[in-house]
Design a protein around this ligand. Structure first.
Ligand code: FAD
Ligand code: SF4
Length: 329
């Protein structure tokens, strides 16, 4: 495969170069871009603009939030002492993802924009994939599905959003700071991604050539307890079948506040607003947690290979709630 390669000198130059060419794309750590686009030939760009050495790396604290530069690697963020102390569920989601080698290369911006692992999407021999070829149908809905979504899915597409990191960021209400030729803007992560609907090829709200510069992660009250619980087919180097990022504040046996997002089950990282409402002011324990789990997994769209995920997602959330609340069974 032939493509042009540029090492960007600064963010403005990178944005200008990609914006000017519909066939251009950013290259960060390359762990998605190289295997999917250059090896498998899916969405292969003719020009790659390398942003990995731009001055967009680092972790800082300010204004009640932790700020992470887009080109900081997964490994660097996971090893940062302030991340481990203030937002351990972010660290844990990073360490439970991919492999050490991948985490050394992969960046935060690239992680949030990684493409789906749906095998039908990644195999150019498959003729039915609405995401790759709009209007062609969905091979996964009719075929073998397992690592697919049940929430936000539709007959048009059941592709999973596979990022672990995006799950705690969604629970915490992170804000993604973008830069483009049109100027800077800040987008809450809960509004960053499109559900597939009738247009699975439209995955997020970024313009062509728009760059993720930084991610702002609001800090939690000190008394909050958090967890990132990931359930998968093997103990390492595997994507989630279901996961839950939970932060709760509990006082005198009552839930004061809860922040919840589910992974491994959604076409987008899934904020469980209804479950949070169920938990507020409720007594900790199995009955409350089960009611919250039922509220979190409403109107799933399943195919035979993904039916098990309905109960799995609920049990994962219940277990995570036990972990953070200190309730005993
Ligand atoms: P790249 O591959 O360089 O880019 C990915 C996409 O994002 C491209 O479209 C690129 O143009 C765009 N992009 C990159 N940076 C920016 C930016 N700053 N602004 C705008 N666009 C940008 N992930 C998990 O969460 N959990 C797992 O368990 C997991 N397991 C994996 C196992 C394997 C074998 C592999 C290959 C990957 C796995 N991943 C997993 C995915 C991995 O985390 C991503 O591939 C990685 O985070 C992507 O980051 P990158 O810097 O390499 O992105
Ligand atoms: Fe394509 Fe989505 Fe169907 Fe996978 S689930 S084959 S990505 S349309």
């Amino acid at each position: 495969m032939t493509f042009a390669y540029t090492l960007a000198a600064d963010p403005a130059a990178a944005i200008a170069e990609v914006s000017a060419d519909p066939g251009a794309a950013f290259l960060a750590g390359g762990t998605t871009q190289l295997d999917l686009a250059l090896k498998d030939g899916v969405d292969a760009p003719r020009r790659l603009v390398d942003i990995s050495r731009l001055p967009l790396s680092g972790v800082r604290i300010g204004g009640g939030a932790l700020w992470v530069g887009a080109t900081t690697t997964m490994a660097q963020v996971a090893a940062d002492a302030s991340v481990g102390r203030l937002l351990p569920m972010v660290r844990d989601a990073l360490l439970l993802g991919a492999s050490p080698q991948l985490r050394n290369m992969a960046t935060i911006g690239g992680n949030l924009l990684q493409r789906t692992r749906c095998r039908y999407f990644r195999d150019l021999a498959v003729e039915h994939c609405n995401k790759r070829m709009p209007g062609s149908g969905c091979g996964a809905v009719e075929g073998v599905a397992r690592m697919h979504a049940i929430l936000g899915a539709s007959p048009s597409c059941i592709a999973l959003h596979a990022s672990d990191l995006a799950v705690p960021l969604t629970a915490l209400g992170a804000i993604v700071h973008l830069r483009s030729a049109r100027g800077p803007r800040a987008v809450p992560i809960t509004e960053l991604y499109h559900r597939p609907g009738e247009t699975p090829d439209r995955e997020h709200v970024l313009y062509h050539g728009e760059l993720i510069a930084e991610v702002e992660i609001p800090l939690l009250p000190e008394r909050a307890r958090t967890t990132y619980l990931k359930v998968r087919d093997r103990a390492s180097y595997e994507f989630a079948l279901a996961s839950a990022a939970v932060a709760t504040v509990v006082e005198d046996g009552l839930v004061v506040s809860a922040r919840i997002a589910l992974g491994g089950v959604g076409t987008v990282p899934w904020r469980a607003w209804d479950a949070e409402d169920v938990l507020r002011d409720a007594p900790i324990g199995e009955a409350t947690f089960r009611a919250a789990a039922d509220a979190a997994v409403q109107q799933p769209f399943t195919v035979p290979g993904t039916e098990f995920k309905v109960e799995l997602a609920k049990r994962t959330l219940v277990r995570a709630l036990f972990q953070t609340s200190g309730a005993t069974t």
